[in-house]
Design a protein around this ligand. Structure first.
Ligand code: ADP
Ligand code: MG
Length: 321
């Protein structure tokens, strides 16, 4: 199969977004937007760095890669509309397998009414997939991480550490319970789009999605807003069967595991009830996990455990050392 038949095989037969004027098939896609702000992001996934065929099938690779991108849109409060994919295919990958990646993306895209409107296909040494997403947000309502203020409530959706636990289950052959739950959290995560969208009435809310672990996301909010963040260790939400892992693993994964694609945010105590209501309306678990403080000199994220305050250092994967 050549590149052209491949593109034809992944091409949608019809499009869902009414703003689209031209999808796949010309030099570029065209859409028209007059009233809302446009939000866009790109993420790249490289085999061996971001995923492995040992723990993920092609379907999961596509599904999770798009989920990570949609999660960025959710963290801006945006409604997903389009995606474009740039693919580098090595010879060791069969076309059918690559199509599996696109089927995984499509499965998730369909649930948001998103259209695949373009991309690029080339051959190369390592399977790499780069996804660009485009979404809409009501004018002036994009949610920035730079708006946190002292005394804000810090909250998080869902439970943390599950995705990393899922990866552990896929790579270690120990006997654990409820493995399916953790594996599903790892392979097919659900970005918190509906919850974030339903916050559009709030006057001020800082949001960040949890791709690198809450310790890093908290530091990003703190730095961008020039504040400090204090987290209460006992309040960090974990799933019912998370306690089967060692205490060390639990601790490490919930702060640094990442890829849960939950949302972390800060909001004034005054508007907190609206956040709780939005969570209820969208059937989203939500937990208050800390408070925004003044920025301190040496570090900006702390954790309170057994009445002792300790520094939470940034740690996680860095690509450029
Ligand atoms: P051009 O030479 O104009 O860049 P291409 O042959 O690269 O054209 O692409 C033809 C059409 O197929 C374009 O609309 C492009 O956006 C789309 N396309 C190519 N690769 C992909 C891909 N991996 N995913 C989605 N659309 C793609
Ligand atoms: Mg091209």
């Amino acid at each position: 199969m050549d590149e052209f038949s491949f593109i034809d095989s992944i091409k949608q037969r019809s499009y869902k977004q009414s703003s689209l004027l031209k999808g796949i098939g010309d030099d570029a896609a065209v859409f028209r937007q007059t009233s809302e702000d446009i939000v866009t992001a790109v993420d790249t996934f490289v085999e061996g760095i971001h995923f492995s065929r040992d723990t993920m099938q092609a379907f999961h690779i596509g599904y999770r890669a798009l989920a990570a991108n949609i999660s960025d849109l959710a963290a801006m409060g945006a409604t997903p509309a389009f995606y474009l994919t740039s693919l580098v295919k090595p010879e060791s990958w069969h076309v059918q397998e690559v199509e599996g990646i696109f089927i995984g993306m499509k499965e998730l895209a369909n649930s948001y009414g998103m259209d695949l409107i373009g991309g690029d296909t080339v051959s190369g040494k390592q399977l790499t997939i780069s996804i660009t997403v485009i979404g809409y947000v009501p004018g002036g309502k994009a949610r920035y991480r730079s708006v946190a203020q002292k005394d804000d409530i810090v909250f998080v959706t869902g439970t943390l550490g599950d995705s990393r636990a899922g990866l552990h289950l896929l790579t270690e052959n120990n006997s654990y319970e409820h493995t399916e739950f953790f594996i599903q959290r790892h392979r097919t995560p659900t970005p918190r789009v509906e919850f974030a969208k339903s916050l559009s009435k709030l006057s001020r809310i800082a949001l960040n999605d949890i791709s690198d672990g809450i310790a890093n996301e908290a530091a990003e909010i703190a730095e961008a807003s020039n504040v400090g963040i204090l987290l209460y260790d006992e309040s960090i939400p974990i799933s019912p069967f998370y306690t089967q892992f060692s205490l060390k693993q639990q601790q490490e994964w919930k702060y640094f595991g990442g890829e849960d694609f939950e949302l972390m945010g800060t909001v004034s105590a005054q508007e907190w009830p609206f956040v709780v209501q939005a969570a209820e309306n969208t059937h989203t678990k939500i937990s208050e996990i800390g408070i925004v403080t003044e920025r301190s000199e040496n570090s900006n994220v702390f954790m309170m455990k057994n009445n002792k305050k300790q520094r939470l250092n940034k740690c996680g994967y860095t690509h450029f050392k």
